[in-house]
Design a protein around this ligand. Structure first.
Ligand code: ZN
Ligand code: ZN
Length: 83
């Protein structure tokens, strides 16, 4: 993962994930008729990130099913610029 603001500005940075908060709904993984493994996890996880250039952001989304038909789209939000 890269910091989108650093990519925009042509900077390089390290990214540090912060705490992750997850909801606690149960999910039932299964193998479909073709024997393909699916894991449709309804839990949203939200994680704070910080980069070494001081940008911070927040991501919310669901884990991607290994078969690729569920989840996997994480919404990234940046706090309003304070300076
Ligand atoms: Zn950055
Ligand atoms: Zn699936």
């Amino acid at each position: 993962m890269k910091c989108a603001k650093c990519v925009d500005e042509g900077l390089q940075s390290q990214v540090y994930p912060g705490g992750t908060v997850m909801t606690l709904m149960s999910s039932s993984p299964y193998f479909d008729k073709a024997g393909v493994y699916h894991s449709h996890d309804p839990n949203e996880r939200s994680t704070d990130y910080r980069c070494s250039n001081g940008h911070i952001w927040h991501e919310v989304g669901r884990s991607r099913c290994p078969a690729g038909d569920y989840g996997g789209s994480f919404h990234r939000s940046y706090p309003a610029n304070r300076d």
